[in-house]
Design a protein around this ligand. Structure first.
Ligand SMILES: C[S@@+](CC[C@H](N)C(=O)[O-])C[C@H]1O[C@@H](n2cnc3c(N)ncnc32)[C@H](O)[C@@H]1O
Length: 360
């Protein structure tokens, strides 16, 4: 099931050696935690997910060069800048113009900070143009949408607030969800709902959309949510009937899996030897793509149904590096949010962090 993963956990595989990343010292961890809290309040209420774990996984050190491919509201970026202690470079990317405005506001004057309004799908070209290809000590991707995007009704991501049915992370490029739904064939709509949302009712919903749009355009989130809620058929317990369809349409409209595939493909050439990749994903298709890339060194567009997760305990999972002649990366860590983080931030619920290192 894509949306309601059972609580993931810490699976220790055989004898686990000492964790190979430098853990921040206690005072630093406390500072990071305090900083995270301030960040969440100050920056349009996006609470960075798995902040401490991601920072430790990236092994951020002063003088290093880092790329945060998903700036959002800068929760992770702020912590990276802190760990750089005024020495080093952080290139932050985001395709959302509002993220750019927040970056300018918060870090415009910070030495070593550079914001680029770009799709992280262009990571390879970006790094080459910036002269940092093969020199980057860490790349962070914290996937999906930020809370400010989700909570702003006008962006059209949420079925619980009425707004224009847009769903684009970059509202200045590509088709909105409303434009796509106005033109797409019934089979294509059903396919998107099934592939990216595992919506068991995909065919009936697609039929209803096509019938409804013949009467009037589907222009708002409330219209689409009501239409989906009225479709009879199997329901997923505990979630709104439109949850899966909204997620699926968002992933499709923003080509989220395509962007991830392109970024991963570029990562080995962008990282310096020993450089780290840290990816926080919220969707089993993304996580599977990351896992396979780290293991096999190739990208597979995971468009089948998501993996099911069985009962596991939460926490970190340190891997002994497996010899993998095909992969330019060795896996370092997989971690899930702690119970304390989940209590403070339910939106972290389905997060998975994977960390890998470029082999020498
Ligand atoms: C989960 S939020 C990141 C939050 C951030 N780590 C923080 O602590 O504030 C994801 C962000 O990535 C951006 N994003 C998603 N896909 C992107 C892509 N392909 N290229 C650039 N930015 C992207 C979204 O616009 C959003 O702002």
């Amino acid at each position: 099931m894509l949306l309601q993963r059972s609580a993931p956990s810490c699976l220790m595989r055989g004898t686990v050696p000492a964790i190979r990343f430098a853990r921040p010292r206690r005072a630093e961890r406390q500072a990071l935690r305090g900083d995270a809290a301030r960040t969440a309040e100050a920056m349009d209420s996006h609470r960075p997910v798995m902040l401490e774990e991601a920072l430790a996984g990236l092994a951020v050190h002063p003088g290093g060069t880092y790329v945060d491919g998903t700036f959002g509201r800068g929760g992770h970026a702020r912590a990276i800048l802190q760990a750089l202690r005024g020495s080093g470079e952080l290139h932050a990317l985001d395709r959302d113009p509002q993220a750019g405005a927040a970056a300018q506001r918060e870090f415009g004057d910070t030495p070593g900070f550079h914001f680029h309004r770009r799709n992280f799908a262009e990571l390879g070209a970006f790094a080459a143009a910036a002269g940092i290809a093969g020199k980057v000590d860490g790349v962070l991707l914290d996937l999906g949408v930020s809370s400010p995007q989700f909570d702003d009704a006008a962006r059209g991501f949420s079925f619980s607030q009425d707004g224009a049915l847009d769903m684009r992370m970059d509202p200045q490029s590509g088709r909105s969800a409303a434009q796509w739904l106005a033109q797409a064939g019934e089979a294509e709509i059903a396919d998107v709902l099934w592939r990216y949302g595992e919506e068991r009712n995909s065919r009936r919903i697609a039929r209803r959309i096509v019938d409804a749009r013949a009467q009037a355009p589907i222009a708002t989130t409330a219209q689409l949510a009501a239409l989906i809620a009225a479709v009879p058929g199997p329901r997923s317990r505990g979630i709104h009937p439109a949850t899966r369809s909204f997620q699926a349409i968002r992933i499709f409209i923003n080509d989220e899996l395509g962007a991830l595939a392109a970024a991963l493909t570029a990562v080995p050439d962008v990282l310096a030897p020993g450089g780290r990749l840290a990816v926080i994903s919220f969707h089993s298709l993304e996580d599977r793509m990351v896992k396979r890339f780290i293991r096999e060194g190739r990208v597979e567009r995971g468009e089948g149904r998501g993996e099911r997760r069985n009962g596991k305990t939460r926490g970190a999972d340190a891997f002994a590096p497996l010899p993998s002649p095909l992969s330019p990366l060795k896996r370092i860590l997989r971690a899930f949010p702690t119970e304390a983080e989940l209590a403070a931030n339910p939106r972290a619920r389905s997060a998975v962090l994977r960390v890998a290192e470029r082999v020498q």
